[in-house]
Design a protein around this ligand. Structure first.
Ligand SMILES: C[S@@+](CC[C@H](N)C(=O)[O-])C[C@H]1O[C@@H](n2cnc3c(N)ncnc32)[C@H](O)[C@@H]1O
Length: 252
């Protein structure tokens, strides 16, 4: 009998067995963890700070003592978590969950030098180790495109949100501005892997990052996936000519 065709996933421009994708993604982030934050500044010319600031404004953590629980998923070195903790009051509690122990370790070291109490937990976005309705908000920045089964992760995010809770997802998107699209391609495929090689010694990791951006669904389609996972009032806001988009959905 013919063997059932194994499910495939995109790993950058390569098609790989679905079951192999996570290990390939993990290798990328093991390789770049120590230089990850520096590379974000170099690759985006500091723009990732403005994109993350827009995300934090949308999270809008309370300034006072009111309890507010945020899960920053695929939170890596805690870059978003620290920004939300800075913006929120003493009632704001931030949990970072990420599948990669090396990225989390960089975050824990950062937290030890700060005044924030942020929890770092090793977890897969497809099977979150949290009870139902545990969080007021869930954020994921530049993480969802790395997850092999995005639909599974979106359903689990919906499960762990409280009723009335908000999901916010910052992700690279589709540049539709004539001229900017060609410039962006030239920059992405030539400059980013070269800078990646110079700073981390790993051009391939950054080639994957660029390719995975191109394979990620267009924002209208991704908004549909958010809706299909049960979120209401799904919307998105393109930024920087569509280089990134901030997606939002509510559990109502
Ligand atoms: C591009 S980094 C983003 C880190 C951080 N959110 C930021 O914006 O600086 C992507 C992160 O997704 C994490 N990741 C990939 N697959 C994951 C999964 N299945 N579950 C949880 N995290 C995952 C990686 O380990 C990595 O830390």
């Amino acid at each position: 009998m013919a063997k059932a065709k194994e499910k495939q996933a995109d790993f950058g421009f390569r098609r790989v067995p679905l079951g192999d994708k996570q290990a390939l993604v993990d290798d990328v982030f093991h390789s770049v963890a120590r230089r990850y934050d520096l590379m974000n500044d170099l690759m985006s010319g500091g723009l990732h700070r403005a994109w993350k600031a827009a995300l934090v404004t949308a999270v809008n953590p309370p300034k006072g003592d009111s309890a507010f629980a945020l899960l920053d998923l695929a939170g890596g070195t805690g870059d978003v978590a620290f920004r939300v903790a800075d913006a929120g009051g003493p009632g704001t509690h931030v949990t970072v969950a990420d599948i990669n122990a090396d990225m989390l370790q960089v975050g824990r070291e950062r937290a030890a030098k700060s005044s924030h109490r942020i929890e770092f937990i090793e977890a897969n976005a497809e099977a979150l180790p949290f009870p139902d309705r545990a969080f007021d908000a869930v954020t994921i920045a530049f993480g969802i495109r790395n997850v092999p089964r995005i639909d599974v992760a979106l359903s689990d995010i919906h499960r762990v949100l409280k009723i009335g809770g908000r999901f916010l997802c910052l992700e690279f998107s589709s540049v539709d501005v004539p001229g900017l699209d060609r410039l962006y391609d030239l920059y992405s495929f030539n400059v980013i892997p070269a800078v990646g090689r110079a700073v981390t010694g790993d051009a391939e990791a950054y080639r994957y990052l660029v390719e995975s951006i191109r394979k990620f669904p267009r924002p209208e389609k991704f908004a549909g996936m958010i809706r299909a996972a049960g979120f209401r009032r799904a919307s998105f806001e393109p930024m920087t000519g569509g280089v990134v988009a901030l997606h939002s959905g509510w559990r109502l």
